[in-house]
Design a protein around this ligand. Structure first.
Ligand code: PLP
Length: 385
């Protein structure tokens, strides 16, 4: 029998994701500084944007976050162990059957409709006082009471004394576009609402809104994507540190001749003799099929596909991305620069998440939350970097 070396799973895996928790903590502190006098929450919905709610939640809590937002009650239940003293807001509100999850884990529902309010009042009549938050729609047309409903509720003297809103919030639809008139309009409406809820904290801005200036900060800011290194504001250099680096193993190198085609459909035809590197990542891993290279008629308006980064250089995706495998053109690298077993970076320290996302006509948020289950994950703490 041969001796088989005991490899660290991270060195044995075909797909790996490094999450730099030191950078995550730095990003939270940076956003807290930019939030000025407002407190800074942390949005950790969708498994902390795909990067792991346990480790990311604990890191953000240690960095000083005491207000967290999740989308679903189950996410709040998971987070509670890692953020023991924090206030955890559940953006999807509360639904029948979830009462125990909320009360046992001290989760605060964000109520966003008259139906939710009616249900909540009936819960309070049995439970007694319990905090909630109110979401008001100031122009997004997604979740929230209308401004009129919110103003009427603020003045409603018949509401039960057990009703205890601790936060009123709204969400900007164009916070990422600083020149949008929508921001100003939503700000004005939200000022009216927050004035009607005097003495109750107010929150308007996600990551992008933090950069719009202090008048958008109110009492609490709610960054998500910027914590994870993503770009919040279009047309501005991204000041955040990258947090996630995704890498895939090269499983084969092959030489192909000019005139041959590459991948499904044969729709990419080589114009020169080429060296191709086959990487063990595909659309099942969130490496979106729309990242496929030039010549693939999947995305007419986006001419170039994505690049990977290997041997110090970006190299283009060639032909269609398949479920488990992607082909990169490494012809321009020196012979021997890439070998089977090497890892190619998909995004991270060398390739900005948002540049890769843009090559698929999408945003960093989607690339992170689509990562899938096959990555071996490694979390780097402050001690490791
Ligand atoms: C997702 C979300 C956030 C965080 O948004 P980012 O753009 O990721 O900073 C904040 N508030 C609400 C209501 C959200 O749904």
């Amino acid at each position: 029998m041969t001796d088989m070396p005991d490899l660290d799973p991270f060195d044995a895996t075909a797909l790996r994701l490094t999450v730099n928790l030191a950078a995550l903590a730095d990003n939270w502190r940076d956003l807290a500084r930019r939030s000025g006098r407002a407190r800074t929450a942390a949005v950790v919905k969708a498994d902390a944007y795909g990067l792991g709610i346990e480790d990311c939640g604990e890191t953000l809590y240690r960095a000083g976050a005491r207000d967290f937002f999740v989308a679903a009650a189950s996410e709040g239940e998971t987070l509670r162990a890692y953020a023991p003293e924090a206030r955890i807001f559940v953006l999807s509100g509360i639904w029948p059957g979830q009462e125990r999850t909320f009360f046992d884990n001290d989760l605060v529902p964000v109520l966003a409709s008259e139906e939710q309010l009616a249900f909540w009042m009936s819960v309070l009549s049995e439970r007694g006082p319990y905090p909630c938050a109110l979401q008001v729609d100031t122009g997004f047309n997604r979740l929230g009471l209308s401004v009129d409903e919110a103003l009427a509720l603020a003045e409603d003297v018949s509401r039960p004394t057990s009703f205890d809103p601790v936060l009123v919030l709204s969400h900007l639809h164009s916070g990422d576009t600083h020149e949008s008139d929508g921001n100003r309009r939503q700000l004005d409406l939200f000022r009216t609402v927050s004035a009607a809820y005097e003495g109750i904290e107010a929150s308007l801005s996600a990551s992008a809104g933090i950069f719009l200036g202090p008048q958008y900060h109110f009492d609490l800011t709610r960054p998500g994507i910027a914590l994870y290194g993503g770009k919040a504001v279009t047309g501005m250099d991204n000041p955040m540190r990258p947090v996630a680096t995704a890498q895939a193993r090269i499983v084969q190198l092959r030489e192909a001749k000019a005139g041959e085609t590459v991948s499904y459909g044969g729709s990419h035809r080589l114009t020169r003799d080429s060296r191709l590197a086959i990487a063990a990542v595909g659309y099942a891993d969130g490496y979106l099929r729309n990242l496929s290279g030039a010549g693939v008629p999947l995305r007419s308006q986006i001419p170039a596909g994505a690049c990977g980064f290997i041997a110090g250089r970006p190299v283009p995706v060639t032909g269609r991305i398949t479920m488990d495998l992607t082909i990169f053109d490494v012809t321009d690298l020196p012979a021997g620069a890439v070998r089977a077993g090497d890892y190619i970076e998909l995004f991270g320290d060398n390739l900005a998440l948002d540049d890769v996302a843009a090559a698929a006509g999408t945003i960093g948020y989607e690339l992170l939350t689509a990562l899938g289950l096959r990555y071996e994950r490694r979390w780097l703490g402050e001690d490791d970097v």
